[in-house]
Design a protein around this ligand. Structure first.
Ligand SMILES: [Mg+2]
Length: 268
């Protein structure tokens, strides 16, 4: 059984854990206040690659969630760090993606945007995807460019229902090129390891709280991070019964998580 007192860092997934659309979920502000009091570091870890840290800052502030944008570790941010470790300045890239990804990769001219024969194709969710963009990416990959995907979430929830996500675009490129991407986001280990390094934490002292078994929980477990599932998002208790992925803890919502934390601290 995990000793909660050892937890010094909590990584929150965002959608389905902190909020649902524009609605803040129960217990969010309270658990963050408690963590602050106990000097537990709170950060977010998300596959979403569309927003910049400034946009996250604004979004979280508007929702009254006191986590700074600089503590939102998104797949665009991690993709950028990963690529800079692997490739020298001046490396050419073609990007399918939105503001967040473009800004990270291109802001300081470390990478050069190039449509024909780039060294790398970086692909993410793109709400303005066109056939031309798909074609450019596929031709580049067929000509030898490395294929990197920020995440492979196939869909994301909208008010109209599930919309095609980054993974749907990945699937189209993969179908046309027979090349599988190197994936940065959850459940792959890169995003978790980067988060822990940046926050100066260790897997043993970190708790991941998520709502998806196959990304949040599976990925965190694979690098030795403790896991808690909250049932405020896509997973229901019945989904757990036959799942090969089992979290260390299951809570109805963050109010219950907070109660568990408070109990440990009052006993300690
Ligand atoms: Mg989620």
């Amino acid at each position: 059984m995990l000793d909660f007192v050892k937890i010094r860092t909590i990584l929150f997934d965002m959608d389905g854990v902190l909020y649902c659309g524009k609605q803040v979920l129960p217990g969010v502000r309270e658990i963050i206040a408690f963590c602050k009091q106990q000097k537990i570091v709170c950060a977010c870890i998300t596959n979403n690659a569309t927003l910049t840290p400034q946009q996250y800052d604004q979004k979280l502030t508007e929702l009254g969630i006191l986590i700074p944008g600089s503590h939102v570790i998104g797949s665009a941010f991690v993709t950028n760090l990963y690529l800079r470790e692997q490739y020298p300045s001046g490396t050419t890239v073609y990007i399918i993606g939105m503001d967040g990804l473009h800004k990270f990769l291109l802001a300081d001219n470390y990478f050069t945007l190039q449509e024909q024969n780039p060294q790398i194709v970086v692909q993410s969710a793109d709400l303005t995807l066109t056939y031309q963009k798909l074609k450019t990416a596929c031709l580049a990959i067929r000509a030898g460019a490395r294929f990197i995907a920020t995440n492979t979430d196939r869909s994301f929830p909208t008010e109209e229902g599930l919309a095609p996500g980054s993974g749907a675009i990945t699937a189209a490129i993969q179908a046309a090129t027979d090349v599988a991407p190197f994936v940065i986001g959850k459940p792959q280990p890169t995003i978790f390891r980067t988060a822990i390094n940046l926050l100066g934490s260790t897997p043993e002292t970190t708790l991941m709280i998520g709502d998806r078994l196959e990304t949040d929980i599976l990925g965190a477990k694979s690098v030795g991070i403790h896991t808690a599932l909250v049932l405020t998002g896509v997973t229901k208790r019945t989904n757990l019964v036959n799942s090969s992925v089992q979290p260390d803890f299951v809570f109805d919502d963050l109010r219950e998580t907070l109660k568990a934390l408070q109990k440990v601290y009052s006993d300690a």
